[in-house]
Design a protein around this ligand. Structure first.
Ligand code: FE2
Length: 280
């Protein structure tokens, strides 16, 4: 295996590994150590079927069920998919899920450690995925502000009143099953122990001990800080790319900038995480 960093040094490309050939289980430790260190790993030329994709992502932990079950494969319910064909259009523009920086399912008690996408079919142009490093964004804050925000707790719900986008509509029964959880605003990564901002404007509903106005002002300020281009790696997809990212170290966002007549289809898996601890 060979690893090389991409763009800002939190993304890395790993070559010399073919998940189809079921690599030795002893590689797990190395792969997980790289994920904790770099946060975004790109494995090019992985032409995998859904079962092989599940085997590959299992090197990083237990697979987690998708929250939105209508976009999962019938024979492989753990495997979700993102497909142009399912996306609604508004004023001629595609409405893509995940079109602002976020971390996946932050309202879960134990949010996903990682999310992975495998590119099956791509449009001729556009549809990149962007990532920002929320560890470096925290590191760069003034020391006084770090102290101020450490220890704050934020309520994450299915969809915040101030969400910048509309989430998939769910039945009242499905919604009742979706948890809401108080999460630390500054988390300590469970493996690397590095501090990171834990932000998700679509789901952050309230900061404990702050008024709504103060809470949302702080969220907006931290979000604007963390989503600056200097913290960003932009992934331009190639068919066969398997990308996996650590949801505790980066935020990600999708782009609806491609031709809606062209097909874009990716498989999606999530890896189970643990409850998040505050950085103190
Ligand atoms: Fe997402």
């Amino acid at each position: 295996m060979k690893i090389e960093t991409l763009g800002p040094s939190f993304a890395a490309r790993i070559t010399g590994l073919d998940f189809k050939s079921k690599p030795d289980a002893s590689l797990k430790d190395q792969l997980n150590a790289w994920l904790a260190e770099f946060a975004v790993l790109v494995f090019p030329s992985q032409f995998l079927n859904p079962q092989e994709f599940m085997n590959a992502v299992s090197y990083f932990g237990d697979l987690m069920p998708q929250q939105i079950t209508q976009f999962t494969l019938k024979d492989f319910p753990l495997v979700g998919y993102n497909s142009t064909e399912d996306l609604p259009k508004k004023d001629g523009k595609l409405q893509v899920r995940g079109e602002n920086f976020h971390t996946d399912h932050s309202n879960e008690i134990a949010p996903p450690k990682a999310t992975s996408l495998l590119a099956v079919t791509l449009p001729s142009l556009g549809g990149d995925t962007q990532f920002v490093d929320v560890r470096r964004a925290f590191d760069d804050l003034p020391e006084s502000q770090k102290l101020e925000i450490q220890g704050l707790k934020v309520l994450h719900v299915h969809q915040s009143n101030r969400s910048p986008r509309e989430f998939a509509k769910l039945s009242p029964e499905a919604l009742a099953l979706i948890p809401q959880t108080w999460q630390p605003l500054v988390i300590r990564h469970p493996e690397s122990l590095r501090p990171a901002l834990y932000l998700n404007t679509g789901r952050m509903q309230q900061i404990a001990k702050l008024s709504d106005a103060q809470g949302f002002e702080l969220i907006d300020e931290l979000y604007a800080h963390a989503s600056q281009p200097r913290y960003e790696y932009r992934h331009r997809w190639q068919v066969g790319d398997l990308v996996i990212w650590d949801n505790r170290s980066v935020m990600h966002q999708a782009n609806a900038d491609y031709n809606p007549e062209e097909r874009r289809y990716l498989y999606r898996l999530m890896v189970q995480g643990v409850p998040l601890e505050p950085f103190q």
